[in-house]
Ligand binder design. Structure first.
Ligand SMILES: [Zn+2]
Length: 235
């Protein structure tokens, strides 16, 4: 109920015609002043200025939740893309083709936006975002774009089995994905609020700002699984 009330209230408060791009500023920075990074940073920045308002609106409409952050830093470099969280910057790969830059930016923003939607034993961090990500991509750029980027992500190996998670999500109809997403528990509270990383039951807190890309546990997993990388990674 809280889940529904918060989403309904916020979207009503946002109002029609409000400047959504101004609402969420992303500050893209090259990791170093090399030509490739500087050029890719300009591409990401132009993409956000042109499409950010639509992206945020689609993410809110499909998820039924507000995009709560107002300023995000993103470092453009050559490596695995990560969402970061809170004051930890996103990291985005410079060399993606233009279309993959779009898809990956939405993927990583989905991790940040849905950080307070709880995972379950069956629905890990990526299964959680894939319940809405495909439909956000379709809404913004059409089914062919969505299918091409599912194929791109399904080829990424090593950090996480994206292919299995995508097959799991796409075995459902759009309606079933939406219904399954709504079964997940939303933990309300101000963005960036940090309780202890591990609750009294030993579960990592959804409010902790750092997430592990492998098990979706928050920063607590650094001590539980020392080999896990922090962040929500995509190749
Ligand atoms: Zn991810």
């Amino acid at each position: 109920m809280i889940f529904l009330l918060v989403g309904t209230f916020w979207i009503a408060a946002a109002g029609a015609g409000q400047d959504q791009t101004a609402k969420v500023a992303i500050h893209f920075q090259p990791q170093s002043p090399t030509e490739a990074f500087v050029n890719a940073t300009a591409e990401y920045d132009a993409l956000w200025k042109a499409e950010g308002a639509r992206m945020v609106a689609a993410m809110e409409r499909i998820s039924g939740l507000p995009f709560e952050e107002r300023e995000i830093k993103a470092v453009i470099y050559e490596g695995v893309s990560f969402s970061g969280s809170g004051n930890t910057p996103m990291q985005l790969r410079a060399s993606y083709p233009a279309e993959v830059k779009e898809a990956t930016l939405i993927h990583e923003l989905s991790h940040r936006m849905l950080g307070r939607v709880k995972t379950t034993k069956e629905i890990d961090e990526h299964r959680k975002i894939f319940l809405v990500l495909y439909d956000i991509w379709v809404d913004l750029y059409g089914k062919e774009f969505a299918d091409r980027n599912v194929a791109v992500e399904s080829q990424r190996k090593g950090l996480y089995d994206y292919e299995s998670a995508w097959k799991w999500a796409l075995a459902m109809s759009a309606e079933d994905r939406a219904a399954t997403f709504k079964t997940l528990r939303f933990e309300p509270g101000p963005t960036g609020t940090s309780r202890s990383a591990v609750s009294s039951t030993g579960e990592p807190s959804a409010l902790h700002p750092v997430r592990c890309c492998v098990c979706a546990f928050r920063a607590a997993c650094r001590s539980i699984h020392s080999t896990h990388r922090i962040g929500s990674g995509s190749r």
